[in-house]
Ligand binder design. Structure first.
Ligand code: NAP
Ligand code: F7E
Length: 353
């Protein structure tokens, strides 16, 4: 029989790609989602897996709902991806971010300890935990032994989730790993993150649907990789004999400005005609530079990035131009007509009564 996996946050970018990867590997996939006033399954529809995954409603602030999700899914592997993941928003809602992005990891680990202690656990840690170290070490690629100096409520919450995962690993012998993933992007990225925001606006400008692109800090440098490749590393981490923590990155840093220039170049436009700096998108603190050293992952997992910066920008801009062109021709998209999954794909606690 195939393995069973539970993915928290299956409606997000990584959750959707990971679900597809695991289905392709023969897993029975369960995913958690939260009830919203408008259903949010467009990424699963986009990847044609909407009716192939089993869905369980939970909220990360509700411990009981997490326990039920584990009892329903009986997982061999748990991938904990759900979080308030937007750094900018964490400055607006620091307490909620601490609860959802930080404390919820303890809720999940505690539920695993009680319900299925043999399950393997992946925690979505982040390069943001390094924060100022990325600057203080002069831009040298960061590895698993570098010091964490978080610069946002989001990063502080993730650092808590990183440590609580290690504590459950060492204290309760739970197979818990931390994937310290650097930024990874795709056409399924949330619209507010800088890469998709740029790609989307550039495409709209190209097609006469928008006139300008408004951004904040153009000097920040990030190590941007391709999300479908990064979810492979999550799976690889849970296939090892021993649990450990791994940096996943491309080893290259590029500035937001470079991303803008490349995106406009791909669209055949001059960026200086359209770019405006807007204070609204500046953060109280912003990590100046992050670049990662993936050599441990390469050595231990056999993982290395294939899509690098130029190709990534091209994939994203071309896909947005394609989407908006089709929209102009009157085509409908999953996000135009929000859908509910077929009833036999939703699992609630009532089914266990
Ligand atoms: P994402 O697209 O923002 O997805 C986040 C997921 O969490 C969504 O499914 C969201 O549900 C769910 N969620 C948020 N609040 C919730 C709550 N209160 N209860 C239940 N579910 C909730 O993020 P992503 O880019 O896929 O990233 C996946 C994980 O990796 C996150 O933990 C993120 O912090 C971390 N990470 C991401 C990156 C990156 O570059 N992408 C890098 C390092 C680490 P809705 O769809 O309903 O909003
Ligand atoms: O910002 C700058 C912004 O929001 C990147 C999350 O997945 O990766 C992500 O966090 C940079 C920052 O990603 C705008 O100030 C300029 O310096 O795309 P972002 P992030 O903050 O790096 C890490 C690894 C995660 O773990 C997170 O979950 O771009 N920037 N102008 C802007 N950023 C946004 N969003 N919007 C702008 O207008």
């Amino acid at each position: 029989m195939g393995k069973r996996a539970l993915i928290t946050g299956i409606t997000g970018q990584d959750g959707a790609y990971l679900a597809k990867l695991l289905l392709d590997k023969g897993y029975e996939v369960y995913g958690t989602y939260r009830r919203l006033s408008t259903p949010n399954f467009w990424r699963l529809e986009y990847l044609n897996i909407f009716d192939k995954v089993n869905l369980i409603p939970i909220d990360l602030s509700d411990h009981g709902s997490i326990v039920e999700a584990l009892k329903i899914s009986e997982p061999d592997e748990v991938y904990h991806l759900a979080a308030q993941s937007f750094v900018e928003a964490s400055f607006e809602t620091p307490v909620a971010t601490g609860d959802i992005t930080g404390l919820s990891t303890t809720r999940i680990l505690e539920a695993i300890r009680q319900v299925c202690p043999e399950a393997k656990f992946y925690n979505a840690a982040t390069s943001e935990m390094f924060g100022k170290t990325g600057l203080l070490n002069g831009g040298k690629p960061l590895n698993e032994n570098d010091v964490f100096r978080p610069m946002s409520p989001y990063a502080a919450a993730k650092l808590y989730s990183y440590w609580i995962s290690r504590i459950y690993r060492e204290g309760y012998k739970i197979f818990a790993v931390n994937g310290i993933l650097f930024n990874h992007e795709s056409p399924l990225r949330g619209l507010e993150f800088v890469t998709r925001k740029i790609a989307n606006e550039v495409a709209k400008i190209k097609l006469g649907l928008s006139k300008e692109l408004r951004l904040g800090n153009l000097d920040a440098k990030r190590d941007w990789g391709y999300a479908p490749e990064y979810v492979e590393s999550m799976w690889l981490m849970l296939q090892q004999e021993e649990p450990d923590d791994y940096v996943i990155a491309t080893g290259e840093a590029h500035s937001v400005k470079e991303f803008v220039e490349k995106a406009f170049e791909i669209a055949g436009l001059n960026w200086e005609d359209y770019l405006r700096v807007d204070k609204r998108f500046m953060r109280p603190l912003d990590v100046p530079c992050l670049v990662g050293d993936f050599s441990k992952a390469e050595h231990m997992l056999g993982w290395r990035p294939r899509v690098k910066f130029d190709k990534l920008v091209e994939i994203m801009v071309k896909e947005e131009i394609n989407r908006w062109s089709r929209w102009l021709r009157g085509e409908k998209f999953p996000w135009d007509a929000p859908n509910y999954p077929s009833e036999n794909k939703i699992f609630t606690r009532a089914l266990r009564m």
